[in-house]
Design a protein around this ligand. Structure first.
Ligand code: HEC
Length: 149
């Protein structure tokens, strides 16, 4: 991608981040409140393996599966949760949807992005529940990322 393309993408991402942060203060639940389902995480795993793992690793630890790819941030477990502490799933979703996969941003459907986030929670040992994570920014903004319940 050329520099102009990157600049445009970045400004789109920042605008939606700013928007998500405005509604961020309303977070009334956390990721520990059974916010996704096992079935959703399984769909997310499928999408992740096709579109993300060659950079972020099959263990979601940032060690690329493809040796030609530089390392990337972890997408699960303690370090990931610590990096994202206090931000909402809306911010995570918007950042991911607008900037990832890094070599082809936005190439997944919105549903696939939200399913991948469910998979990231599941690998982080966050418990699943009866209801899927919904594709709704306001609802996602109400769910805070926390390191522990
Ligand atoms: C071509 C390599 C590549 C692919 C494919 C890729 N990523 Fe990334 N990703 C990166 C890199 C590199 C960064 C760090 C970007 C930066 O900080 O400038 C990153 C950052 C991220 C972040 C921010 C992490 C943080 O804590 O800051 C998330 C979330 C993310 N990627 C999710 C995904 C998801 C989900 C997919 C699949 C849909 C994906 N990425 C596919 C390379 C990739």
């Amino acid at each position: 991608m050329d520099n102009l393309g990157r600049a445009i993408l970045l400004s789109v991402a920042l605008t939606s981040l700013a928007h998500a942060q405005v509604i961020d203060t309303s977070a009334s639940r956390s990721i520990w409140d059974a916010v996704y389902t096992e079935a959703q995480a399984a769909r997310g795993e499928f999408a992740y393996e096709g579109a993300c793992s060659y950079c972020h690793g099959y263990r979601l630890d940032g060690a690329a599966d493809d040796p030609d790819m530089r390392s990337s941030p972890p997408l699960a477990r303690a370090k990931f949760l610590r990096n994202w502490e206090g931000r909402s799933l809306a911010v995570l979703y918007e950042l991911t949807r607008t900037t990832m996969p890094e070599d082809n941003p936005g190439s997944l459907s919105e549903q696939e992005f939200i399913d991948v986030i469910a998979y990231m929670l599941s690998v982080s040992n966050v418990p699943a529940g009866e209801k899927e994570l919904r594709l709704d920014l306001e609802s996602l903004a109400g769910i805070a990322i926390q390191q522990s319940p």
